[in-house]
Design a protein. Structure first.
Length: 324
């Protein structure tokens, strides 16, 4: 059957499904495919339908919000034209959706072109797999029914019929003959020799989801917000302690360097560093301190004299302040 613009929309939709959906294939386009199928099924061979987003969502089996996004995608691709609903004279009016046949026909033709290449690859892969199979093996079918004259022992039935073996009754050893250590040792040895895990997967390839869930380490799991906050606070405290330690070490080093550059004169036990004259000398008090301030810091000497209620006068020709 040749497809054309006159072909009914359901026929085009079924042809697109058989072709493998083309550009709409894949998990990320599942909602778009379901929405398009819901529109085609509700249209019933008609080109346009009156419907709401909620009705399309009910037919597609999706949420209303996701269906609205899928309709926008279909409208962007040009597959449908969507006239939104409105409120006319106080009554709600549904929207009108029209399926564009020529755009849908282009999608079908493109999907069939991609489908032919996929079918060719599939045939080649199947032929390659069948060529590796053994063709000389005979498919011998055995009857599910057991002969009436056969032996009732399952061990006798499991053995080859050509080589019958003598079955002897085995009595289990008494309880006092088996110790706890022997049972544990045998269990551990059998578990180590077994190449499969308890869930049936091969050991060592990390393919068993149950073993991965059991052996999952707590440090590999994603941290919670509380754990992240605790980690940030701990790192902040460590950084602050490290910064304080570095600052203290720098202060001690600078103090040692400063003492090396400004040695205390010999014979001065109670010497202090004076900020006025930038040197070491004995602690000054009283009139000696005032004279020292007048000599090295005239502005400070003026403030001290004004605080005491005295006045001071400075003469450029004089070498000192004269108080009166």
């Amino acid at each position: 059957m040749s497809l054309s613009v006159e072909t009914p929309i359901p026929v085009l939709y079924r042809s697109l499904c058989r072709a493998g959906w083309g550009e709409l294939a894949g998990r990320e386009w599942q909602g778009v495919r379901s929405t398009l199928g819901a529109i085609v099924n509700r249209a019933r061979s008609k080109q346009g339908i009156d419907c709401t987003v909620w009705q399309i969502a009910q037919s597609a089996g999706l949420s209303e919000k996701w269906t609205s996004r899928c309709l926008l995608i279909l409208e962007g691709l040009g597959v449908i034209t969507w006239q939104r609903g409105l409120i006319e004279e106080g009554k709600p009016k549904p929207g009108f959706i029209t399926v564009c046949r020529h755009v849908l026909l282009d999608l079908v033709r493109q999907a069939w072109k991609q489908g032919y290449s996929k079918w060719t690859e599939r045939r080649a892969e199947t032929a390659r797999r069948l060529a590796l199979l053994k063709k000389a093996t005979a498919n011998i079918r055995r009857s599910r029914r057991t002969e009436l004259s056969s032996h009732l022992n399952s061990e006798y039935l499991s053995a080859p019929q050509s080589a019958e073996r003598d079955i002897q009754a085995q009595t289990p050893p008494p309880d006092w003959a088996i110790g706890k250590e022997d049972t544990m040792t045998s269990a551990i040895a059998s578990d180590e020799d077994n190449p499969l895990c308890p869930h049936g997967y091969t050991k060592g390839n990390k393919a068993c989801p149950s073993c991965n869930r059991i052996n999952d380490r707590p440090e590999k799991r994603r941290w919670t917000k509380k754990q992240q906050a605790e980690w940030r606070n701990r790192k902040a405290r460590e950084n602050l302690a490290l910064l304080n330690q570095q600052t203290e070490a720098k202060r001690i080093a600078e103090a040692a360097e400063w003492e090396r550059l400004h040695p205390i004169p010999a014979g001065m036990s109670g010497a202090n560093w004076c900020l006025l004259c930038q040197s070491y000398h004995e602690r000054l008090e009283g009139q000696a301190y005032m004279e020292h301030v007048r000599e090295h810091d005239p502005a400070m000497y003026r403030r001290l004299m004004e605080r005491e209620g005295k006045s001071s006068q400075y003469t450029p020709d004089a070498t000192a302040w004269i108080g009166r």
